[in-house]
Design a protein around this ligand. Structure first.
Ligand code: NI
Length: 193
């Protein structure tokens, strides 16, 4: 089932999400719904708070970036297996030089901005079977995880922008919270004052 995505202004996007316990009711269905929702919106990642659940869960699928339109491997060929479910993820180490990358977010349609983040992370998380993993990621994969991991701490990419840049976006963000967007997917709005 496709779920409405919470737009900027919804308080659930500002909350710190709770850890998930094994046996969490409806978890497999939620994961399936999140994949359906993300694909319908052409997203690369989606965090549970974006569909109104304040729990530590996000999904990613960057595998389409691993091949070109002819099916040949791209420079990002390492992304071919980067379709994953992350439960209770925590970034335990972040290193390397900061690099800028233009980020967008399904909760903030129509706005893309350069965000600087460090290049390499180490992440602890549980997979769908609640098996623990610790893995290192870099490049685009690290970037996607950093963005989604932020959602679980109530942080949006616009929160990383310099104060002036953020101030310039304020009007647009307020309009978005009131439903002004031409996004082609289902959103749910909470008007900001
Ligand atoms: Ni996002």
């Amino acid at each position: 089932m496709i779920l409405p995505i919470r737009a900027y202004g919804d308080p659930v996007l500002k909350k710190v999400a709770q850890d998930i316990k094994p046996g969490h009711a409806g978890l497999q269905q939620l994961i399936a719904d999140m994949y359906e929702t993300m694909y319908a919106a052409n997203g690369v990642g989606l965090a549970a708070p974006q569909v109104g659940q304040s729990i530590r869960l996000f999904i990613v699928d960057a595998s389409p970036f691993a091949v070109d339109e002819d099916g040949k491997p791209t420079e990002e060929a390492y992304l071919k297996d980067f379709k994953k479910v992350f439960i209770n993820p925590y970034i335990v180490d972040e290193e390397g030089e900061e690099w800028p990358f233009e980020e967008g977010c399904l909760s903030i349609p129509g706005i893309r901005e350069n965000v600087s983040r460090q290049s390499r992370i180490v992440l602890q998380y549980l997979d769908e079977d609640f098996k623990a993993h610790e893995e290192a990621y870099e490049g685009f994969a690290a970037r996607v995880i950093q963005h989604e991991h932020d959602h679980l701490d109530g942080i949006l990419f616009v929160d990383h922008l310099p104060a002036l840049r953020r101030r310039l976006l304020q009007g647009k963000l307020r309009d978005l919270s009131r439903g002004k967007t031409d996004a082609s997917y289902k959103l749910r709005f909470t008007p900001m004052k």
